[in-house]
Design a protein. Structure first.
Length: 353
């Protein structure tokens, strides 16, 4: 090992789902939205003026924060915006957990970036085992904590907790910040947003990547008490003031302003989830009740790894985790009806039914 390598931080990074270069594949592996973003986003892109890029973007992301604040009925100083919720979450981990003297708790089956950030930032953490049915056991979060992170609905299970249950958890933990990652809440979960007045230590994190079909633009945000948001803003301005570019700020506003389109597309996806969930069950699959835009499925006869490979051979990408405990499951993103139909045809072929 060369001298300088002794000082390098050795990391095991998060492995995102594949983004295939081939066209003509059915991509049901990263929980992207199968529909385009709001038409207003298209208009922003068509009207772009390259000259506007000679200036730095608004470092406060004022207009987008105001649009989000007004959408959610809160004041702008209670909204923090970042480059995808991964950026918001990473910033939150370093801000609220970076100097914690106790371990940060999250479920052992949840978004697998949480432990990656903890290791990057040198934060002690404890993974709390989920129940056999993958549901989160909030009682097991007992004890003094340096922080708590709950994805609700959880990934990759799709299972939602009720806001009341999470409120109970926050009441029991006034000593630390509780982050609720609501990446999938629009597809059937219930938000913790109504509780941000009651709990100063609650941070609700959202993304435009799934329900708003803007994964490529990288927009995430957090809402909470004025105090908790002010700490995040201070951290961001100690790191990089210009995280979000000018075009993305405008795209975000166009998306928020078209609520009718947003609600229609979300309800289309929920309908497809219910219709094709039933068809998958008829084929011998089972999965927890999903409040998200994916199903966490296992098959009664064929193992998940085999189905994954066979689907891949047919140009259909779903997510398979080799992780012990979930290695006989496929996380299948809900696509359009047409994509789901083609998935079903391929599955029947693979399963010989
Ligand atoms: C997709 C996802 C994110 C990250 O979303 P981005 O906004 O695209 O960074 C965060 N948390 C969970 C649980 C997710 O599934």
């Amino acid at each position: 090992m060369s001298d300088w390598e002794k000082y390098v931080k050795k990391l095991t990074p998060y492995v995102p789902g594949e983004q295939p270069r081939k066209k003509d594949v059915i991509k049901l592996n990263t929980n992207e939205n199968p529909y385009p973003p709001a038409p207003g986003v298209q208009r922003i892109l068509e009207d772009l003026d390259a000259g506007s890029l000679k200036k730095y973007p608004d470092p406060t992301v004022h207009d987008l924060r105001c649009a989000l604040a007004s959408y959610h009925g809160i004041s702008e100083d209670r909204v923090f915006v970042g480059v995808g919720s991964d950026d918001v979450l990473a910033m939150s981990f370093i801000t609220f957990f970076g100097d914690a003297k106790k371990s940060v708790a999250f479920a052992d089956v949840t978004y697998s970036f949480y432990d990656v950030w903890c290791r990057l930032f040198g934060i002690e953490y404890e993974r709390i085992p989920v129940r056999e049915d993958f549901s989160i056991d909030l009682n097991a979060f007992d004890g003094d904590r340096g922080g708590i992170v709950i994805a609700n609905p959880n990934a990759p299970s799709g299972i939602a907790l009720s806001p009341g249950e999470i409120a109970g958890l926050i009441s029991a933990h006034p000593e630390c910040v509780v982050i609720v990652d609501e990446a999938y809440v629009d597809f059937g979960g219930e938000s913790m947003l109504p509780y941000i007045d009651e709990f100063e230590n609650l941070l609700v994190v959202r993304t435009f990547s799934k329900s708003r079909a803007l994964a490529g633009s990288r927009i995430g945000y957090a809402m909470g008490s004025k105090k908790i948001i002010s700490y995040l803003l201070a951290a961001r301005d100690s790191f990089n003031s210009y995280t979000m570019d000018t075009i993305t700020q405008r795209i975000g506003i166009a998306s928020v302003e078209d609520d009718e389109y947003f609600k229609k597309r979300v309800s289309d996806i929920v309908k497809t989830r219910e219709v094709y969930g039933k068809k998958l069950k008829d084929m011998g699959f089972s999965f927890p009740k999903s409040a998200a835009n994916f199903l966490f499925a296992t098959h009664e006869k064929m193992d998940a790894a085999g189905i994954y490979e066979e689907l891949l051979n047919r140009g259909i990408y779903v997510r398979y985790f080799k992780t012990p405990g979930i290695d006989n499951r496929l996380r299948i993103t809900i696509g359009t009806d047409d994509e789901m139909e083609r998935l079903c045809i391929a599955l029947k072929d693979i399963l010989g039914i």
